[in-house]
Design a protein around this ligand. Structure first.
Ligand SMILES: CC(C)(COP(=O)(O)OP(=O)(O)OC[C@H]1O[C@@H](n2cnc3c(N)ncnc32)[C@H](O)[C@@H]1OP(=O)(O)O)[C@@H](O)C(=O)NCCC(=O)NCCS
Length: 175
């Protein structure tokens, strides 16, 4: 069973990404590049409308296949402030959450709130017993978001590029 296409998260609304938001996505990524580039491989100086369109088309296909579920994050007054997604790559009992936030909106607890809500939502999906967040050991903000939402370190791994990642997990359920 797939997660809902729209999720009310208090001061935020999560909506399945739509191709119509490609220009706004481009603007959000471009203005956040200094913060995104260190940790997200797709965030590069040449990010443009075509990059956003390709990402949105791919996200749409992945949603249809049931492998990844990507949401745009909006404030209740309609500002597009970031993205948060669910990934099934860690196995049938686990949902992994990934996220980035538009820089001017960072540091206000938005990502933590979105992670908490999404954790609660995926916990209602059949067979999901664990939720995971994976982040670079140097990504203190991401680690803090995960920690605040109740995710504890389960393991570390070194990537092909030689970076150390922390895998954090928490049991499914309210958070
Ligand atoms: C990680 C990210 C999504 C956090 O979004 P956010 O909405 O600012 O997160 P929140 O406001 O909910 O919480 C951020 C926490 O990190 C802390 N923090 C921020 N920068 C930090 C830093 N450099 N060192 C330590 N803590 C830091 C904040 O103080 C806050 O913790 P607090 O509530 O205890 O004060 C955002 O910084 C981002 O988009 N980063 C670039 C992309 C990225 O790294 N994505 C995650 C990949 S795993």
């Amino acid at each position: 069973m797939e997660p809902p296409e729209m999720i009310n998260a208090g001061a935020l609304v999560l909506k399945r990404w739509e191709l119509a938001w490609a220009e706004e996505l481009t603007a959000a990524v471009r203005e956040s590049l200094p913060e995104l580039k260190p940790f997200l491989p797709w965030a590069a100086d040449d990010y443009e409308l075509a990059s956003a369109r390709a990402y949105l088309a791919d996200s749409d296909q992945r949603w249809e296949k049931g492998t990844d579920f990507q949401y745009a994050v909006f404030t209740t007054i309609g500002d597009l402030i970031g993205s948060i997604g669910l990934h099934t790559r860690r196995g049938p009992d686990t949902m992994e959450i990934g996220y980035w936030l538009r820089t001017p909106f960072a540091g206000r607890g938005h990502t933590t709130a979105a992670v908490r809500t999404l954790t609660r939502v995926v916990s209602a999906l059949p067979g999901i017993t664990k939720v995971a967040i994976v982040h670079d050991v140097r990504n203190l903000a991401s680690g803090r978001v995960a920690e605040k939402a109740g995710f504890t370190e389960a393991a570390r791994r070194v990537t092909e590029a030689g970076d150390t990642e922390i895998i954090r997990e928490r049991p499914a359920g309210d958070c």
